[in-house]
Design a binder for this molecule. Structure first.
Ligand code: GUN
Ligand code: ZN
Length: 442
C-alpha cells in the first residue's frame, strides 16, 4: 500500500468528510464538505490540499505525488481524528464498577485506584494502555485527568509525546475531603504544577491543563491558586467537574455558602474563560448557562458516564442554543467505553429525552470540530482546513453484518452517519493517523 519508507508526503484517498461549523438540527449544507471520491494531500504532517481526488491529483506536482506514501481507503469514511474532551486515564481499570452514584463511586472505586499512581511504573503502564486504546477507538486528542501525583502527569505526557499526539493533561489538585494518601496542599499544588508546566506545556503538541478535581475537594485557597496559575502563562487550560449529581451540588452549596451556585464558585476563583472546560454540566440553572456562554467556558457532554452513574441528562440543545461550546467525552472510567462512536449513540438517546434528537451531521461535528472548539484547539485540529495537523480516522460504515445489512443499497450520507453512531463502535475503526502517519491499523 505504501511506497517509500520515509516521505514528507502522504496521499490519502477515500470518502472525505469534515465540518466547517455546527450543522445544527437541520443539517446545514454550508457547515460541512463531503467528497465521495475524495483525497487529502499531506505535507510534513499538515493538510496541504483536499477535495475530489481528480482535483487534488491535478494540483499536486507529479514528482511529489510519485514520492508520496499512498493510502487508498476506497469507500471508507475519512474524518478528522475524534476529540475526547473529558476523561481520566488512571481510571482505565475501574470502568464497569457496580452500583454506586457519584460520591460513593469516587470513595469506593476511584480513589483507591488513583492511589496506585504514586508508583511511576503504574502510571507508565496505564498511560501506554490508555493511549493505545484511544487510538484503536479513533481518538487522537483528549483532555485527560491524571492523578494528584506529578509522576502520573510525566507518564502520560511522555507516552503522548512519543507518538506526537496533541494531548492535554494536568496534575489533579485536591487538598480536602479526600483520602490522606491522595491529598496535596496549596504549596504542593503550586510547586508541582509549575514544574510540570515548565516540563511539558507547549512541548511538541502537548498542553498543560490546570486540574482542580472539583469544588468539594479543593480549599478556597487552592481554587484561588488554580485561578492564578490559569492566568500566569498563555494558552494554559483548565479542566474540572460541574453540576454532575444532586448530592454533589448540595455539598458544594454547604461548602461555599457565599456563592450563588456551583458555577459561581469557579467564577469567584477566576476559573472561567477561554480554554476552561467542565465535565457534565447537567443540573445548571438558567443563570449558570448564560454565564458559561458569556465567559466562553466549555461543557463536556459525557452521556455514557451520566447514564452509568445515574447522574442525569445533559441538555445539549439548550447549551448549544445558549452559545456554550460543547464537546463530547467518554469520561473513562465513569463512562463505559473508550469509544466516542458508542458515546454518540448514547448522546442521541439522551437528546431524545429532551425531544430534540441529535441530528447525525451535528453528532459527528460534536465528536470532531465541536470538541476542538470546546478545547480551543481548532486552530490546529478538528477539520481538514489547509494548514491544520493531519490527524484523522478511517471508518468502515459496513464493518459489521448488522451495519452492512442496515445500509444495503444506501448511499445517503446522513443515513450512513446515523447508522454508524447507533450500530457502530470500534470495530468500524479501520485506521487512525497522527500527523499523516498511521498510528493504528486494524
Ligand atoms: N467528580 C469529581 N471527580 C470525578 C471523577 O473522577 N469522575 C466523575 N465522573 N466525576 C467526578
Ligand atoms: Zn471526570
Amino acid at each position: 500500500m505504501s511506497t517509500p519508507q520515509i516521505s514528507r508526503f502522504q496521499l490519502v484517498r477515500g470518502q472525505v468528510l469534515h465540518f466547517l461549523a455546527d450543522p445544527g438540527e437541520q443539517d446545514d449544507a454550508d457547515s460541512y464538505q463531503y467528497f465521495r471520491d475524495g483525497a487529502l494531500w499531506i505535507v510534513d504532517g499538515h493538510i496541504a490540499d483536499l477535495g475530489p481526488w481528480v482535483g487534488v491529483q491535478a494540483r499536486v506536482a507529479p514528482e511529489d505525488l510519485a514520492a508520496a506514501e499512498v493510502f487508498n481507503y476506497g469507500d471508507r469514511l475519512i474524518l478528522p481524528g475524534l476529540v475526547d474532551t473529558h476523561c481520566h486515564y488512571p481510571q482505565s481499570g475501574i470502568i464497569a464498577s457496580f452500583g454506586r452514584q457519584l460520591l460513593d463511586w469516587l470513595n469506593d472505586y476511584t480513589f483507591p485506584a488513583e492511589a496506585a499512581f504514586s508508583d511511576p511504573a503504574v502510571g507508565a503502564a496505564t498511560a501506554e494502555y490508555f493511549i493505545e486504546r484511544m487510538l484503536a477507538h479513533g481518538t487522537t486528542t483528549a483532555s485527560v485527568f491524571s492523578t494528584v501525583h506529578p509522576e502520573s502527569v510525566d507518564a502520560f505526557m511522555a507516552a503522548a509525546k512519543k507518538r506526537d499526539l496533541r494531548m492535554l493533561t494536568g496534575k489533579v489538585m485536591m487538598d480536602r475531603n479526600a483520602p490522606a494518601n491522595l491529598m496535596d496542599t496549596v504549596a504542593d499544588a503550586e510547586r508541582d504544577s509549575l514544574a510540570l508546566i515548565e516540563r511539558w506545556h507547549g512541548k511538541g503538541r502537548l498542553r498543560y491543563s490546570i486540574t482542580p478535581r472539583f469544588a468539594p475537594t479543593s480549599s478556597p485557597e487552592q481554587l484561588a491558586l488554580a485561578g492564578e496559575l490559569y492566568k500566569s502563562k498563555p494558552d494554559l487550560h483548565v479542566q474540572s467537574h460541574l453540576a454532575e449529581n444532586p448530592a454533589e451540588i448540595a455539598w458544594v452549596g454547604q461548602l461555599f455558602p457565599h456563592c450563588r451556585d456551583y458555577l459561581d464558585v469557579y467564577q469567584h476563583y477566576g476559573l472561567l474563560g477561554p480554554r476552561t472546560i467542565y465535565g457534565h454540566c447537567i443540573h445548571l440553572a438558567p443563570v449558570e448557562i448564560e454565564e458559561m456562554a458569556r465567559y466562553g467556558a466549555a461543557a463536556a457532554f459525557c452521556p455514557t458516564s451520566n447514564l452509568f452513574l445515574g447522574s442525569g441528562f445533559f441538555n445539549h440543545p439548550a447549551a448549544a442554543d445558549a452559545g456554550i461550546r460543547v464537546g463530547l467525552a467518554t469520561d473513562v472510567g465513569g463512562g463505559t467505553s473508550f469509544s466516542l462512536i458508542r458515546t454518540l449513540g448514547e448522546a442521541y438517546k439522551v437528546s431524545q429525552l429532551h425531544q430534540r434528537p441529535l441530528a447525525p451531521l451535528r453528532a459527528w461535528f460534536l465528536a470532531t470540530l465541536g470538541g476542538a472548539q470546546a478545547l480551543y484547539l481548532d486552530e490546529f485540529i478538528g477539520n481538514f482546513a489547509r494548514g491544520k495537523e493531519a490527524d484523522f480516522v478511517v471508518l468502515d460504515p459496513r464493518a459489521t453484518p448488522e451495519l452492512a445489512f442496515r445500509l444495503k443499497g444506501s448511499e445517503r450520507l446522513a443515513e450512513k452517519l446515523f447508522a454508524l453512531m447507533i450500530l457502530g463502535d470500534e470495530r468500524c475503526v479501520v485506521a487512525t493517523h497522527v500527523m499523516g502517519k498511521p498510528a493504528f491499523q486494524q
